[in-house]
Design a protein around this ligand. Sequence first.
Ligand code: CP
Ligand code: NVA
Length: 315
Amino acid sequence: MNTPSLPAKRDLLSLMDLQPEEIHALFARAAQLKAAQKAREVVHTLKGRTLAMIFEKPSTRTRVSFETGMYQLGGHALFLSSKDIQLGRGEPLSDSAQVLSRFVDGIMVRTFAHANLVTMAQYATVPVINGLSDDFHPCQILADVFTYQEHRGSIAGRKVAWVGDGNNVAHSWILAAARLDFHLVMATPADYGPNPQVVEWAQKEMAARAGQGSLTVLRHPREAVAGADLVTTDAWTSMGQEKECKRRARAFAHYCVDTALMREAQQDALFMHCLPAHRGEEVTSEVLDGPQSVVWDEAENRLHVQKAILEWLMG
Ligand code: CP
Ligand code: NVA
């Protein structure tokens, strides 16, 4: 008898791993899960499943949303600080991936080099999820777009302005613009633009899809924000770059999202920030706490969107 082959396991290392229709399906499921959670309905689609969560960097939102999400879906999450497991003492990623795959049903990793995630995914026989690397933060941007759509409807054809560092979060916005057909205009200081390889991938993808997606990289925040439907930013200094803090503060001095900058955007423009925010640096408290800011919804939606991701990969 021929045994039917099992479908290959899927990983979520960046938005390159997701097709637009899969993203839309995840959003639809996230909306259902959110409604169920608000109604206190029990949804135990991951009963008996375990997620290992390896953290090489600190986290509040990612840790709590994944751990709570697994619990709410009837499963269990293990918090594994790299300092406390053998990985921190030099056990190879490839060995750790194979061992963990014998115990758990999925592995979430927050790490430095994106190559670590690629290795993990290569050796793990269970799905691997990127909980942030130096290059990408896919779960964050899925929650961000979901939040935009909750407030304003489809993001397709809209203008999103990024102000600040061309970092992991910015890269994920770039990939999202290619996948979801919106216009992304970035303002970054000269030495802090996005990775040209990420830009090239997105531009090729946009051309192939001939959709409404576009990417423009500029220097001046006012130019980028002009007429935007959504303004977003992130820390000037990301985790692991602490030694560059002073140099970065000088380079980004004119890249603060304040009320005057928000006035350049559409009147009903939203403001987002993945958090944690550095009030008075990349954003003022007036904007962060102001009427256009949806940062708390954005943080909450990490939970709902990730539950949809967990079900999809581990269910
Ligand atoms: N936005 C985000 O990933 O937050 P944490 O670093 O707190 O997980
Ligand atoms: N760019 C930031 C995002 C934190 C969620 C960092 O990598 O530290």
